[in-house]
Design a protein around this ligand. Structure first.
Ligand code: MG
Length: 383
């Protein structure tokens, strides 16, 4: 049976940056929302529930869920609570498509709960693939789901690879904006502040991923994501800095041809593609005017100033739960940086130390969650 475009969609992480943009796409395409979930933002989820009239909503924070239940008392929307409530919403049968946009490892269990035969999973949660790539891709295959990447680079790679034989692929080239600190050396990076790290030149995103973009850890995690998603070894995944964020990624084929996907840096585009694939629909974005486009530039990343890419290669080489250690350690270090407790360069330093110290054993869901916990504890203990 060929895949039909999405019609009834559940959005996990509806109150976050990708979630809010996903709802804008649902509105534009006239698609129904089945379940909407969030963390603790009961006000925003109330507004979204009144606009989209889903069957159910869920908040992972029980106090916020209680508040939401009161706010929605005059409606027929069911209110679920806690991490179990999120998984219940993810599993809800009425959706043909689930957009997984919860940020962090908290999104992993809901992703696994969302898998159903024939269902479309539009995956925006990086950590599910980075930390549990083997587990998630195996579960997707076993359940007969279609996995569509929402991350702009992976959506681009998916589009470039469409219809191509895997044996034709020479390498994947992920583009990186370079973030706000492109061109700075280690000495300058030592002094940058959280406020400077949060000012991204092209993409509008949440704080954690914006800092990851400044350290290039976002690109490092995306390399791991691509490795699992497209079954391409890390040695054949390359990163180039492309300041304009117009080429979203490229595939180099073995005949020497490169296929790239281009478009404005707007997440609504990859979100919409993940929902309408295998067809394309008109979007609300202005038409591309290539005659007026800026010059497109490409440069190698400065791996001395930004050691994150080397850490991703190391995590891939160590295997097992090493990617989960990398991700968990980085997230803990980013929190310390945003709280003003450590410097910008300490983010990668602490992450590297955790990667070296926490053993990468196992690969089960429990092993992955434990590796994440151990990595975070290691980073926090080294104040
Ligand atoms: Mg991305």
């Amino acid at each position: 049976m060929t895949l039909q475009p999405a019609r009834r969609v559940s959005v996990l992480g509806a109150t976050g940056s990708v979630g809010v943009q996903t709802l804008a796409v649902l509105s534009h395409l006239g698609l129904a929302a089945v379940c909407l979930t969030g963390g603790r933002n009961s006000r925003l989820l109330e507004t979204q529930a009144r606009q989209f009239a889903p069957q159910a909503v869920a908040l992972s924070d029980p106090d916020a869920a209680r508040d939401l239940k009161i706010r929605l008392a005059d409606t027929s929307v069911a209110v679920l609570s806690g991490p179990e409530g999120i998984c219940e919403a993810a599993a809800c049968e009425a959706a043909d498509t689930v957009v997984a946009a919860i940020s962090g490892l908290a999104g992993l269990r809901p992703v696994l709960a969302a898998l159903r035969p024939g269902r479309r999973l539009a995956l925006a949660n990086k950590e599910a693939l980075v930390c549990a790539g083997a587990l998630v891709t195996a579960a997707v295959r076993a359940q007969g789901c279609t996995l569509l990447p929402v991350d702009s680079e992976h959506s681009a790679l998916f589009q470039c690879l469409r219809g191509e034989d895997p044996s034709s692929v020479e390498r994947l080239v992920l583009t990186a904006s370079g973030g706000p600190f492109f061109g700075l050396d280690r000495d300058a990076l030592r002094r940058v502040t959280p406020a400077q790290a949060l000012a991204h030149p092209t993409w509008r995103m949440g704080p954690k991923i914006t800092v990851d973009s400044a350290t290039l850890m976002n690109k490092a995690l995306e390399c791991l994501e691509a490795m699992y998603l497209f079954s391409v070894p890390m040695a054949r995944i390359e990163v180039v800095v492309h300041r304009q964020s117009i080429v979203h990624s490229m595939v180099v084929f073995r005949d020497g041809a490169t296929v790239a996907q281009l478009g404005p840096p707007d997440m609504r585009l990859p979100i919409q593609y993940a929902l309408t694939f295998p067809v394309r629909m008109p979007s609300p974005l202005p038409p591309s005017d290539w005659a007026a486009a800026p010059a497109l530039t490409f440069a190698p990343p400065d791996e001395d100033a930004f050691p994150a890419l080397a850490l991703a290669r190391e995590a891939a080489a160590r295997g097992g739960t090493a990617p989960a250690v990398l991700s968990g350690a980085n997230e803990a270090a980013v929190s310390l940086f945003l709280a003003g407790e450590i410097g910008f360069l300490d983010i990668a330093a602490r992450t590297a130390a955790a990667l070296a110290a926490v053993p990468p054993d196992g690969g089960s869901l429990e092993d992955i969650l434990e590796a994440d916990r151990a990595a975070r504890a290691f980073v926090r203990a080294r104040r």
